[in-house]
Design a protein around this ligand. Sequence first.
Ligand code: NAD
Ligand code: TYD
Length: 363
Amino acid sequence: MAKLLVTGGAGFIGANFVRYWRRQHPSDAVIVLDALTYAGNRANLDGLDGVDFVHADIRDEARVCDLLRSGVDTLVHFAAESHVDRSIHGPDAFIDTNVVGTHSLLKAARKVWLDEGAGRPHRFHHVSTDEVYGSLGPADPAFHEATPYAPNSPYSASKAASDHLVRAYHHTYGLQVTTTNCSNNYGPYQFPEKLIPLFLINALHGRPLPIYGDGMNVRDWLYVEDHCRGIELVLAGGRIGETYNIGGGEELPNMVVIDTLCAAVDAAFAADPDLARRFPDAPAAAGRASASLKTYVTDRPGHDRRYAIDETKIRGELGYRAAHGFEQRFAETLAWYLANEPWWRAVMDGSYKSWVERNYATR
Ligand code: NAD
Ligand code: TYD
């Protein structure tokens, strides 16, 4: 039996990971440590048993040490400030949490596992992003683990710094680390500031779908459960000190994602007349195309053009591959958001609304 400490386990990917882990490894103990920022939500863990929740900041080194001393052998580190647009408007929190916070966790792990624990079996798994590699041209080869780092946003720069610190704690002190760099996730519980949930909810309310630039930026879309399985494979069989890229195998221009989303919303309204009653402001409620909401807005500063993942290493070494394609997983995601309206209404209240009003006159 393992004992996991999952940082950021009340956020989007962390909560999906905890749910996945409880299903796959029911005899393991799980502690979630989360500061519950605007992106963290205790309700993301509702209905789970066998999970201890600790409301704390990853920079509280003494608290993390105490938790590690309670028999934790595996730390899975998701906690971060994660939204590129926020990092452009206010980079400080990204340095505080992603750089200083990750370093604080590393110091705690070193103290408890190496200094006090005489090197007892342990694993520090760091969850990072493909954005550390920068931006690709249309014909460039996909990112692989040896692609030089070239982060372009304060978010990706802060994640790059954290990756380097994790690597350094392995090489310098012998901490048993692994790192995964994944592409754009989507699925249940994603905070509605990222492309897919934001556009879904805007389409339901008849609000503009704000497309940055020409809408032809390319992302590799990874269903969150595939990501969780990739991390599980790395925890089980990944080589210590190594990094693994995880992708969804679905390189799509934003416009294709947006058109898929609009068509799926239209089809859902056509199939279920109750949706028109629930969301009367949606164009689809009046039989009009959701695509009529598409609105081109000023591009994001420094907007990376293309991300793509070469997953040869994790496929070859650990047998990873995404289970299903984008169309199926997107349909499941849409169904989840339609079935969980109280969840997204609750998380979009309060601080999120005022942040959007301050920063996005167009929304
Ligand atoms: P998220 O923003 O949904 O959740 C982040 C969680 O971390 C929240 O629960 C928040 O409360 C918590 N948190 C933030 N600061 C904290 C602090 N100082 N102490 C403790 N908890 C804190 O993020 P996500 O989308 O779930 O991303 C999880 C991880 O995956 C991040 O490290 C992110 O960089 C990485 N990642 C995400 C994506 C993606 O598409 N979402 C892609 C690649 C990598
Ligand atoms: P996002 O979900 O913010 O993820 P990331 O910036 O980490 O890739 O954005 C995905 C893509 O969608 C990215 O190219 C920016 C674009 N985008 C828009 O066009 N409009 C929006 O309102 C948002 C949030 C994103």
